[in-house]
Ligand binder design. Structure first.
Ligand code: F6P
Length: 360
């Protein structure tokens, strides 16, 4: 089919996630097959666009990507609009360099695959006059406007498997095991893996916790003959006291905390219950490895839809998923927001119905 766009740039930015390569493959193949568009790969997120670190992608580079974790383009957390400084060599501000390279490489559009930080920059680039499309990627599933992001369900598989494995050692040693799950601003991964993994307590950023409430739950289990407990803690979980701090003070307090939140909760629970507590941080295992079949399908669907968005010139939008359908959501609506778990979310109710302690 004919369309105005002949060539687009593609970059991946922010934390990597399973499904990124599947999305790159689907977008580039669909754009070529449907619209005869050419793809220019941009390396290491926005940094590559600032420095002109780019190359035309060939079909060979796309082959076999669907099952490959990570991103062949590399990524970074570069934020061109945050505290911009003029480059001494070029005399340009980052956004000026971006516009120069966008023109130099004859790009008719730019596809940015990332999370909240990426979409905020994408929105600002759109407002600066570039034809930009965003794709929702993050294991945190915290992008406003999209029911789901690719990477989340693979990370959920990994996190749940980790909790299952911790279960057997907790039971064998009669310990309280704390499992720290990624998600520094929203607790989707912690809540879902905590329920799927049979956690007894789940602490998430959305519900500031009282350690005594968790200790009570563990002691009740002990009295009923359960010799172990599993406590799932999202890395963004905060105590009731910490929830009273402003953002800056909270960030400062966490920066000087001499251990992870999981280790801190383990220490607090050991002091409050007298039981042996151990912490495990699942960490970057949740970001690595091959995408699950679900995420391969989701990334492929979103990537292929992005080709249509470009051809139809639906610029300034995120290729979002709503009620199982692909929908354009304005980037300036998504920018600067975090999709937290609503306190009346059905999964919160399910957790409470099962008697899982949520720290309140
Ligand atoms: O945003 C995804 C995420 O994995 C968060 O869950 C985590 O806190 C963060 O990235 C880690 O960032 P980095 O990879 O820069 O250490």
């Amino acid at each position: 089919m004919e369309c105005k766009v002949k060539r687009f740039g593609i970059l991946t930015s922010g934390g990597d996630a399973p499904g990124l390569n599947a999305a790159i493959r689907a977008l580039c193949r669909a754009a070529k097959n449907q619209y005869n568009m050419e793809a220019v790969g941009i390396f290491n997120g926005y940094r590559g666009l600032i420095n002109g670190d780019m190359k035309v992608l060939s079909e060979n580079e796309l082959s076999g990507l669907i099952a490959q974790g990570g991103t062949i383009l590399g990524t970074s957390r570069e934020k061109p609009f945050k505290n911009p400084v003029v480059n001494e060599a070029t005399g340009l501000l980052p956004v000026e360099a971006i516009k120069e390279n966008y023109k130099k490489w004859n790009l008719d559009a730019l596809v940015c695959i990332g999370g909240n930080g990426t979409n905020t920059t994408a929105s600002l680039l759109f407002q600066s006059g570039l034809n930009v499309i965003g794709l929702p990627k993050t294991i945190d599933n915290d992008i406003e406007g999209s029911d789901v992001t690719f990477g989340f369900y693979t990370a959920l598989d990994v996190a749940t498997d980790a909790i299952d494995r911790i279960h057997t050692t907790a039971c064998s040693h009669g310990r309280v095991m704390i499992v720290e799950i990624m998600g520094h601003k929203a607790g989707w991964l912690g809540l879902y893996s905590g329920i799927a993994g049979g956690g007894d307590a789940i602490l998430i950023p959305e519900i500031p916790y009282d350690i005594n409430s968790v200790a009570k739950k563990i002691k009740e289990r002990k009295s009923s003959g359960k010799n172990f407990s599993i406590v799932v803690v999202a890395e963004g979980a905060k105590s009731k006291e910490e929830s009273l701090l402003d953002k800056k003070s909270f960030k400062k307090a966490r920066a000087v905390m001499q251990c992870t939140i999981g280790a801190r909760v383990a220490k607090e629970l050991e002091e409050a219950t007298g039981f042996e507590c151990r912490a495990t941080v699942v960490g970057y295992l949740q970001r690595g490895g091959t995408p699950s079949p679900y995420d391969r399908l989701l990334s492929t669907q979103i990537g292929a839809a992005a080709a249509d968005f470009i051809a139809q010139e639906k610029f300034g939008n995120l290729v979002a998923v709503q009620n199982g359908k692909i929908k354009p959501v304005p980037l300036d609506y998504v920018a600067g927001k975090v999709k937290n778990i609503p306190l009346d979310h059905p999964m919160i109710k399910t957790a409470r119905d099962l008697g899982i302690c949520l720290g309140d």
